[in-house]
Design a protein around this ligand. Structure first.
Ligand code: ATP
Length: 243
């Protein structure tokens, strides 16, 4: 059995005819970006870590806690894992206002409504959208929705934050500023962050290290400079040429 203060991932996941099989470990506080072509398995990795798709084999250990290990019949539910997850497209609850969306993680842990709402409002203010608390998701701009989703993921101060395409819904003019702000918030959070991105500029700006998945396998790991100097695959060479 693995013990680690950080995150240790050694997994196989099957989805239809597709298999994701990879192994990596991250130190506490590390921020990595997962890059890869369409269909490579990036979202499957997020889903597996979040507990939304079962492992076929292997284990996920976070801060000395086994989140899943089929050989020992261990499989914590998504709620029990206590992760902060920001899904592609944000997936805010449409029937709740922004403040209650953010408060959700605390409410699910049994925090009283008034206290959860007050903390949610403080998070919205910290992320610069204190004025949107009463609005429902449909009334939010892309940038506001991104911040609400991030506040929702961060409010429980999780040991692991999973962000799937956190900037994809933003247009070019909003994106550079959002990238800088997000990098600052992630550094403050101190969590291990796994960020899935199609955009190599986002990946390089947000993460200390890049993990590249191709065809369900990890084909590269390193800083942008390391991978540019010695790209192990054609995809890595091509994608870093865009950075
Ligand atoms: N619910 C599902 N059922 C069956 N197969 C799936 C399911 N979701 C994804 N797959 C398959 O798993 C493979 C990996 O998909 P995944 O969404 O993880 O890739 P990705 O790298 O996130 O792609 P993209 O960049 O296009 O979002 C694909 O071949 C896809 O067809």
């Amino acid at each position: 059995m693995t013990t680690t203060a950080g995150l240790s991932v050694d997994i196989a996941v099957r989805r239809g005819g597709f298999t994701l099989e990879l192994q990596f470990a991250l130190a506490p506080g590390a921020t990595v970006a997962v890059l890869g072509p369409n269909g490579a398995g990036k979202s499957t990795l997020v889903d597996a870590l979040a507990g939304l798709v079962p492992l076929a084999r292997g284990e996920v250990v976070l801060a000395d806690r086994t989140l899943e290990r089929p050989a020992a019949r261990v499989r914590l539910s998504p709620q029990e894992r206590g992760l902060g997850v920001m899904f592609q497209g944000y997936c805010l609850f449409g029937h709740m206002n922004a403040r209650d969306n953010v408060a959700y993680g605390l409410r699910a842990r049994g925090v009283a409504r008034a206290r959860a709402r007050a903390e949610a409002q403080a998070w919205l203010e910290r992320l610069g959208v204190g004025e949107v608390g009463d609005l429902e998701p449909a009334a939010l701009s892309g940038g506001q929705a991104q911040r609400v989703a991030l506040a929702r993921a961060m409010i429980t101060r999780p040991a692991l934050l999973l962000l799937d395409e956190p900037l994809a819904a933003l247009d070019v003019s909003a994106r550079a500023q959002a990238r800088r702000l997000l990098a600052g918030w992630l550094a403050e959070a101190g969590a291990i962050c796994v960020i899935v991105s199609h955009d190599v500029r986002d990946a390089v700006a947000l993460a200390d290290e890049l993990l590249v998945i191709e065809g369900g396998r990890l084909t590269a790991r390193g800083t942008a400079a390391e991978l540019r100097a010695r790209p192990p695959t054609e995809y890595v060479a091509a994608v870093l040429a865009e950075a």
